[in-house]
Design a protein around this ligand. Structure first.
Ligand code: GLU
Length: 484
């Protein structure tokens, strides 16, 4: 049975890289008919951020990455929050101590600091000098009676190599002599990441550990723990790091890295999942747009690439635009509503006529919209009593003697119309142009600037139809009479 886990630490807001890992886990589980597990790794008590766990769960749910076992869902191997499993880690750590594979270490922070300084001064690699590993029984008893705190360290083999097969990279080997006797249980009784992760991956029956490349260097420690505990390790899968366009590790310098920023800006869940799936995985096709169902069908571990994935914010933006254009009008109206409300353009809750109006606007802005948060800017002039006039556009198209005459004629013609629809509006506007001897852009631009405040926007006649006769006439009159 394929069982994979996403194991975030609630130490802050999930970033793009975290959710990319979750996407890979989820797609692999769904492709294989396996189980996707969420496990919260909160044993580093000093780095806990209140609310981070909730944010992780919110982000996953938003993206549609539903977990089969984990917090709020339960499952046969719970609890799935590590701080609720501390006794399990303690039990296994003491078992390793009893078997001589781990030991209590009484070294104080001061001693460790001195040791580190001395190692640095001597130009040696820093690492625990194993003082407490080789204590005699008497020395150990004496230290234990003097000090009430200790940590448990793992006794790494001091020679030879630790090798394992990474599904993406093949066989990797690490010199044991370069590995530290790392801490597995801290003085506060909580396990370190390495230990908790191994104990849980075993007890929760994880078949594949999928996590980003930065954890490769920890894997020899994990492999040694598995062997000391007498357990079979899972398959190791380390997709590449995500880099910025300058090929350095993705960071704030490259723009937003927190996943929630993309939610707020109005990216669509499926677009995000589609984009993240392609950061370090490929179906071997020259293609970018995949429905979630297609991703599930095509996602195999062979497609995970060992070379770095480059985060391209422009491509994500483009992809989101594609998804927005695939969204039905009614759905898109629902999606942009909160953004319009936040901008104060629509009331909360909206009236029926406001909803109706928003639905009419959607087809006019859908093509230009790349993220939902652009909707207020694109649609503002539909709502404001008076549109925000672009001074350059006004100067170019309205501050000319013939503009006022044209707009007056347009208003006359529009007021006479029996039917308010695109065809009738277009004829009326063009006829008004003919009345004053103008045509084409010389008619379209002044009318557009007068009614929307700008020179670019959706089709003029469609826009006028949606704006409605009252708004249009008021705006054209005002623009035609004022010395703009
Ligand atoms: N808690 C680790 C993290 O935050 C998980 C690493 C792993 O998947 O083993 O990334």
């Amino acid at each position: 049975m394929i069982r994979v886990r996403f194991a975030p630490s609630p130490t802050g807001s999930p970033h793009i890289g975290n959710i990319r890992t979750a996407v890979f886990d989820w797609l692999f589980a769904r492709h294989e008919g396996g189980v996707f597990i969420l496990r919260i790794e909160d044993t580093d008590r000093a780095r806990l951020v209140p609310g981070a766990m909730e944010e992780i769960m919110r982000d996953l749910r938003w993206a549609g990455l539903d977990w089969d076992e984990g917090p709020e869902v339960g499952g046969p191997y719970g609890p799935y929050i590590q701080s609720e499993r501390v006794d399990l880690y303690q039990k296994h750590a003491e078992q390793l101590v009893a078997e001589g594979r781990a030991y209590h270490c009484y070294c104080t922070a001061e001693r460790l600091e001195e040791m580190r300084k001395a190692q640095q001064a001597a130009g040696k690699p820093t690492g625990y000098d194993q003082r407490c590993r080789y204590l005699t029984e008497e020395e150990r008893a004496a230290l234990a009676s003097e000090s009430d705190t200790f940590v448990i360290r793992f006794a790494m083999p001091t020679s030879g190599q630790t090798s394992f097969v990474d599904v993406v990279r093949g066989e990797l080997s690490f010199d044991n002599a370069l590995q530290d006797d790392f801490v597995i249980l801290k003085s506060d009784g909580y396990p370190t990441y390495h230990f908790a992760s191994v104990v849980d991956d075993h007890l929760i029956k994880i078949s594949h550990v999928i996590r980003s490349e930065e954890w490769i260097s920890s894997t020899p420690k994990h492999v040694q723990l598995y062997s000391a505990l007498g357990w079979e390790p899972p398959a190791w899968v380390h997709p590449s790091l995500i880099l910025g366009p300058d090929r350095s590790k993705l960071s704030k310098r490259h723009g937003a890295v927190n996943f929630s920023t993309y939610i707020e800006e109005g990216y669509l869940p499926d677009a995000m999942v589609n984009y993240l799936a392609l950061l370090g995985w490929s179906a071997g096709e020259d293609r970018d747009i995949y429905s979630i169902q297609e991703l599930i069908e095509k996602f195999t571990l062979e497609g995970i690439t060992g070379h770095p994935a480059i985060f391209d914010a422009q491509k994500l933006l483009w992809m989101n635009g594609v998804y927005i254009r695939q969204t039905s009008m009614n759905r898109l109206a629902e999606l942009i509503l909160p953004y319009l409300q936040k901008a104060g353009l629509v009331s909360e809750p909206p009236s029926d006529s406001e909803l109706d109006y928003v639905r009419k606007i959607v087809p006019l802005i859908q093509d230009r919209l790349k993220v939902l948060s652009e909707a207020p800017e694109l649609a503002e002039f539909f709502f404001r009593e008076e549109p925000a006039y672009d001074p350059k556009a006004v100067q170019k198209w309205l501050e000319r003697p013939e503009a006022s005459e044209l707009l007056t004629k347009v208003v006359d013609r529009l007021e006479e119309l029996e039917e308010w629809n695109v065809g009738a509006i277009e004829s009326a506007v063009r006829e008004a142009g003919a009345d004053v001897g103008a045509e084409g852009g010389k008619v379209i631009h002044p009318v557009r600037v007068a009614s929307t405040g700008r020179t670019v926007g959706p089709g003029l006649f469609e826009t006028l139809e949606v704006l409605g006769r009252d708004r249009v006439v008021t705006r054209l009159r005002r623009a035609g009479s004022s010395e703009q």
